[in-house]
Design a protein around this ligand. Sequence first.
Ligand SMILES: Nc1ncnc2c1ncn2[C@@H]1O[C@H](COP(=O)(O)OP(=O)(O)O)[C@@H](O)[C@H]1O
Ligand SMILES: [Mg+2]
Length: 252
Amino acid sequence: MGKIIAITSGKGGSGKTLLTAALGLALAETGKKVCLVDGCFGMRGLDIALGVQDQVVFDLADLCEQDYTMEQVMIKLRGGEAYLVAAPQWEPEVTDKQLARCLERLKKRFDYVLLDLPVIMQPAARRLVPPADEILLITLPGDAAARNTERAAAMLREWGDVPISLIMNFFYKGLVTSGHVAPPDAIAAYLDIPLAGIVPFSELIYNAAFEGRLLDEYPEKIRAALLRIAQRLDGKAVPLKTYHARRLPWHS
Ligand SMILES: Nc1ncnc2c1ncn2[C@@H]1O[C@H](COP(=O)(O)OP(=O)(O)O)[C@@H](O)[C@H]1O
Ligand SMILES: [Mg+2]
């Protein structure tokens, strides 16, 4: 039996789709069987991030309604045992129970099912959080993201008891050393959410979510960070880097 990991955030554009694609490929690279599911109903994008938009014929709604088999709906990705189930182009007419049952079927077949959710305030996030075994909250440096992530975590905790971990994306060390933002471990401690990893900002991958790049086309620093996060998701104890601020701007 596999694990469903839902990826969401309090703030839009925080890298959920890019990280779902990249972490899925990173897990596949470590030998895991992975299914990536686009949960952004009406706003699909994970197919583009994976470069398979021309192959999408069926979607999650078709799988849930059991009109088509997994083989017909899933798109095989390059690099390891990894597949994509695309999002429907509109809010699907399936019940929450059907959605949960469908994800349960995928969980039986894969080691990891990664769900690319929209921001927490969107209805699809509310529908897809309950079947998840674990939530990855993606945040960015800065006060606005910290506040929105705090709100998202509070909503998730109201909805259930699923373990949450945090990824700091768009990280830039200079912001911490100059004292403009708090270090990722201090933000994680403030939010009371364990830190699963830190992904640096990279100009080179800015368009990766629109270009279907594979992991080996990423800059080595980013690729290494993603592989470390994949190992942590897989239960390995991989130490986190720590960064020291000249001063803590808002919560010291
Ligand atoms: N670490 C990063 N460095 C540079 N660009 C990034 C990084 N993470 C995400 N991006 C870019 O930010 C934009 C928004 O990312 P996306 O994954 O679409 O966010 P979301 O799904 O949260 O809306 C995309 O252009 C993506 O490639
Ligand atoms: Mg997205």
